[in-house]
Design a protein around this ligand. Structure first.
Ligand code: E4P
Length: 197
């Protein structure tokens, strides 16, 4: 399973990258807001540290502006994967953007059916929110397991990226469920190295 860091903090990313096990980074507007820096500047800084996909989220809610925003964000750097929220407008955008060769990470995935639709539209990644599903009393891992199985059944060229990870045990369970990638808060990555014994 590939491991991404789910942060926009450059010091944490440098520390993680030095371990040699970080394959990419995911960001979102909330993570950026904590840093007080321009989104593009930080993505370019991350790209100078990590050689792998960097997800940058688009926030426009209508198709035209969303496509324009995604094209602008994708042009920042070859490593950029645009994050598009799941939904009616999002699906239309994914279809168009993937046809243009822009890689898309579909965010806010809460069911295997949403994952199937995003994969059919051409997304490179789908991000089921494991922690938020579990917080609401649902089974986040089931969405990981089912999405992986569906993609395998139909040979869909899309990877399951487990997101909204809350703790180290979630990482083990996502790996057992066959997730292709998991994106980890820095604290979880660093916690994985140690053990009380
Ligand atoms: C990653 O792509 C997501 O934005 C992130 O994992 C969401 O995590 P949260 O549910 O802790 O906000």
């Amino acid at each position: 399973m590939r491991l991404f860091m789910d942060t926009a903090n450059i010091d944490e990313i440098r520390r993680g990258a030095a371990l040699g096990v970080v394959d990419g980074v995911t960001t979102n507007p909330s993570l950026l807001a904590k840093e007080g820096v321009e989104y593009r500047d930080r993505v370019l800084e991350i790209a100078s540290v990590v050689d792998g996909p960097i997800s940058a989220e688009c926030i426009s809610t209508e198709l035209g502006p969303l496509l324009a925003e995604a094209r602008r964000v994708a042009a920042w750097h070859d490593s950029v994967v645009v994050k598009i929220p799941m939904g009616e407008v999002g699906l239309q955008a994914i279809k168009r953007l993937s046809a243009e060769g822009i890689r898309v990470n579909t965010t806010l995935i809460f069911s295997a059916n949403q994952a199937l639709l995003a994969a059919k539209a051409g997304a490179a990644y789908v991000s089921p929110f494991v922690g938020r599903l579990n917080d609401g009393g649902q089974d986040g891992l089931a969405v990981i397991r089912e999405s992986v199985e569906i993609f395998e059944n139909y040979d869909l060229d899309c990877e399951v990226l487990a997101a909204s990870i809350r703790g180290a045990r979630d990482v083990t369970e996502c790996a057992l469920a066959g997730s292709h990638v998991a994106t980890l808060p820095s604290a979880v990555l660093f916690q994985m190295m140690g053990h009380p014994l």
